[in-house]
Design a binder for this molecule. Structure first.
Ligand SMILES: [Zn+2]
Ligand SMILES: [Zn+2]
Length: 627
């Protein structure tokens, strides 16, 4: 579909949108195409199972949106489940606010951080731009009551500075960074260390409820210089913290970029409980990208609402009126994980296709589409012939995006115009280099940025005997597996894993969740029966079913930490190039010196293999193989 059709379809009722066709043949070779998100998915989306339970306090929760503001645009499941966009979400929020007024209850909107890094809308900015600066102008238009800072706001000082300078002021006290500071110059050109947002916010809801809220970041250590993250344990000892929680509100709203399980929420919760044994506490977490919920006690609930604009969280509580909130009874809470699409939105906001879109929502959608044009995100590399997934297909296999990257794309793209092209090689990278699955159909600049964003360089060691070079990959992976085996023993290597967590690597936790989901819910059987669409199937520690829509769970396969290209069919003493991503150089040299004794390899044996960086490998390959 092309731009004119995309613009037209924005104004069309949903029923008509489905009749707008995809690319016509005459334009099939255009090197641009408009994003098809307004084209309603051809496959039928599953309706929600039941209406939401409203309480007297209700919360809509987003987290880890990472630039996915135009939603998920490909036709293969599970992507259509998440095909709504920020404009649709804005319309949804507006209708739900109206419903809350009709029901005479409170409805709050909360976000738990990580606005940066994820798609072309955030990362595809032209030279001289700032990640997510333009996309964040649209997030500002949503009526958020509380937003918390995420670790992805802190990897580059300029992003933190942009939040501090351009985003936080527009949020007017609602952007919280309880334990995160930025270093800036004051009016006299002295450096000062100040909170990025506010430490806390106290406010009163429309219905007169007093709320005290925080915006906490987990113990993150990968932040850039001139930003500071205080540990959660130290934060609760601060004078401001003691003072902020001293006065009893009707409810504590503890927002933060911190998983609700297996992290430091108990530190914050217990600090509040030590002062207020009965006050209702609501925790809204994030960062590990999963759907999760638990109840620390009978008068509290902690919710985490997934990632990438796939999930919208719903939490409701019946707190009673301000005069009787302090009874000791358990509070009745509910929570729900909504798939982020228009079918869900229309169902719960009680709107039809014709009535759903609000002017504000449509303007946001149009603004995001315009931003996509400005960033040239529809620049087409080729048409992917099938889906390629990171962990829903085994590695190696034809459906694995890891296989695609290292067995097909890298051997082509890294040897383009390369004087080493005729010398046999083995190429190695880390599986974490791939961020998102690749779906059948158009593969454009936005898809490339989402799938493989990291700008790592490729290095090589020349003249290695094949017999040695081919031992490196298995040894790298054995070292990784060894680390996991030793985890229970509390080894030094366990510390390395926890170090990775502190620096922000969450994929391990997310994939662990998918794996558990597949096993617990008989994934293979449910997928085979084919009466359910693919999607998340959540088990958490809160009562009842959390998912709003029934799905068959996604498949999940173990993937190795490191992946390598096919070994050339040569004798073991043939000399080859060992090519690898610079990110793993230190580990690789260590392993290379373990698998052979003839030479001690050092950094001086390593040279640059190509100017092609890892983030353009897939695009170069797609132009060659998918046209
Ligand atoms: Zn995140
Ligand atoms: Zn995060």
């Amino acid at each position: 579909m092309h731009l004119s059709a995309a613009l037209l379809s924005v104004a069309l009722p949903l029923a008509l949108r489905a009749t707008v066709n995809a690319c016509s043949d005459e334009h099939a070779h255009d090197h641009s195409h408009a994003h098809q998100k307004r084209l309603f998915p051809q496959t039928q989306l599953t309706q929600p199972t039941r209406p939401l339970e409203w309480g007297d306090l209700n919360i809509i929760h987003t987290t880890d949106t990472h630039g996915w503001l135009l939603g998920h645009q490909h036709a293969s499941f599970p992507e259509p489940n998440y095909s709504g966009d920020l404009g649709d979400f804005a319309s949804f929020v507006q209708h739900m606010k109206q419903l809350a007024i009709e029901k005479d209850v409170d409805l709050l909107l909360v976000d738990s951080g990580d606005l940066h890094d994820g798609t072309g809308l955030s990362d595809g900015f032209p030279a001289g731009g700032i990640d997510a600066h333009d996309a964040n102008q649209f997030i500002k238009q949503l009526p958020y009551d509380i937003m918390a800072i995420g670790n992805h706001e802190l990897y580059d000082y300029i992003n933190t500075w942009d939040m501090y300078t351009n985003f936080v002021p527009a949020l007017d006290g609602k952007y919280l960074s309880s334990n995160v500071n930025i270093t800036v110059f004051d009016a006299n050109n002295n450096t000062i260390d100040v909170p990025v947002g506010n430490r806390f916010r106290k406010f009163t809801t429309r219905k007169g409820r007093k709320i005290t809220s925080l915006g906490v970041l987990y113990d993150f250590t990968g932040n850039d210089v001139n930003t500071t993250v205080q540990s959660v344990a130290d934060m609760v000892k601060e004078q401001w913290f003691t003072e902020a929680i001293a006065e009893e509100p009707d409810v504590f709203l503890l927002v933060g970029h911190m998983p609700v399980s297996r992290d430091n929420w108990p530190t914050v919760f217990n600090a509040v409980r030590a002062v207020h044994a009965e006050t209702p506490i609501i925790i809204l977490g994030g960062h590990s990208h999963i759907r999760d919920c638990n109840q620390p006690d009978g008068r509290s609930m902690a919710l985490e609402s997934g990632r990438y604009m796939e999930t919208i969280g719903w939490l409701s509580a019946n707190l009673g009126s301000s005069s009787d909130v302090n009874t000791k009874n358990n509070i009745s809470f509910s929570r729900r994980y909504l798939d982020q699409n228009r079918v869900t939105y229309e169902y719960h906001s009680q709107q039809s296709n014709n009535s759903f879109d609000t002017k504000e929502g449509q303007n946001i959608t149009q603004g995001l589409l315009d931003l996509g044009v400005k960033y040239d995100l529809s620049m087409l590399f080729g048409i992917a012939p099938q889906d390629f997934t990171i962990s829903r297909d085994p590695y190696p296999s034809n459906g694995s995006s890891l296989t695609l990257f290292i067995n097909e794309a890298a051997p082509y793209s890294l040897t383009l115009n390369n004087t080493r092209a005729n010398i046999s090689n083995i190429m190695i990278t880390n599986s974490g280099s791939q961020r998102f699955d690749i779906y059948s159909g158009t593969f454009d600049k936005n898809d490339q940025i989402s799938a493989s964003p990291f700008t790592d360089a490729f290095m090589f060691i020349k003249d290695l005997p094949l017999g040695v070079a081919q031992d490196v990959l298995p040894a790298l992976n054995a070292a990784g597996a060894d680390e996991r085996r030793k985890r229970d023993l509390g080894s030094v290597l366990q510390e390395r894993e926890s170090e990775m967590w502190k620096r922000g690597y969450v994929n391990m936790r997310y994939m662990e969740w998918l794996d558990e989901m597949d096993r617990r819910h008989d994934g293979a059987v449910k997928r085979a029966s084919q009466n359910l669409t693919l999607g998340y199937v959540t088990s958490d520690s809160c009562p009842g079913v959390g998912d709003d829509t029934v799905h068959a769970p996604l498949a999940s396969f173990d993937i190795p930490d490191f992946i390598g290209s096919d070994t050339p069919s040569l004798s073991n003493d043939s000399l080859v190039d060992l090519v690898f991503v610079d990110f793993i150089q230190e580990q690789l040299l260590e392993i290379l010196n373990e698998v052979q004794n003839a030479t001690t390899y050092t950094d001086s044996d390593v040279a640059s293999y190509t100017d092609v960086l890892s983030n353009v490998v897939l695009g170069l390959y797609a132009q060659h193989a998918w046209n």
